[in-house]
Ligand binder design. Structure first.
Ligand code: OAD
Length: 229
């Protein structure tokens, strides 16, 4: 089974900003203000404004050739491929992938902090929004913030334990636990491949790095996988 970990670089050519590249989101916004529970408690309107803008970008974006190639890989291999994404956009799903594990949540969903109801996020969310189920005004974007636990870790660990190949696409390898998956794969002795615009701080942990834009290197790699499957 091929374990595929994806990050912001996969969606960069769809027009969605990455976090740590030059001009990336974390150079323009303070992560502590917009991506932590404490930041949300301090100023929920600012946090909603940040995610409202990201949601608008996401609505306007289209899946690119790399998302489509990964959907094609899943269509051909079924459960012999497992895609785990750190991305909160919905571009994997819109490209046709069906079995994606979204470990950092969903930008296009709202979450009630009081009763854990989830529903499609309206275009503009605000601190006054009330939950359609319990009525509490405790609505937040359904994304994982720093200091919170990523989703589906048991499923992800189980998939890593079954994997015979590990591939990381468009991720800088800076945020744990996802950043630790390659070391886990290496401990298990399976081949590890990094597909990224350029080498990253984690490249030394991979057997191989292929540099280039995702829309070029991902379809080429998928073709190779399909030829040998
Ligand atoms: P980063 O912004 O840290 O890294 C993006 C990576 O994509 C970099 O290594 C870039 O070189 C690469 N890249 C940029 N454009 C590319 C392209 N066209 N093709 C291929 N690669 C490209 O994003 P992530 O690693 O996804 O978490 O960040 C991980 C987490 O940190 C995010 O999920 C988010 C963020 O803070 C939370 O908000 C919890």
């Amino acid at each position: 089974m091929i374990f595929v970990l994806t990050g912001a670089g996969l969606s960069a050519e769809s027009g969605l900003g990455t976090f740590r590249d030059e001009g990336g989101l974390w150079s323009r916004y303070d992560l502590a203000d917009v991506a932590t529970p404490e930041g949300f408690a301090r100023d929920p309107a600012r946090v909603h404004a940040f995610y409202n803008a990201r949601r608008a970008n996401c609505r306007a974006a289209e899946p690119n050739a790399a998302h489509l190639a990964l959907a094609g890989l899943e269509a051909a291999l079924g459960d012999r491929v497992e895609i785990v994404t750190q991305n909160v956009d919905d571009l994997h799903a819109r490209a046709g992938s069906r079995r994606v594990i979204a470990m950092h949540g969903h930008l296009m969903q709202a979450l009630c902090h009081a009763c854990a109801a989830r529903w499609p996020a309206p275009e503009t969310m605000s601190p006054e929004d009330s939950c359609p189920r319990c009525g509490a005004t405790a609505t937040r974007p359904d994304v994982v913030w720093f200091g919170e636990f990523p989703h589906h870790m048991e499923r992800i660990e189980a998939a890593l334990a079954r994997a015979s190949r590990f591939v990381a696409i468009g991720t800088s390898g800076s945020v744990y636990p996802a950043a630790g998956f390659v070391a886990e794969a290496q401990r298990r002795g399976i081949p590890t491949l990094e597909l990224n615009l350029e080498r990253t701080g984690s490249s030394a942990l991979f057997d191989e790095t292929r540099e280039g834009p995702a829309t070029r290197v991902v379809p080429a790699w998928v073709e190779e996988m399909l030829a040998t499957a």
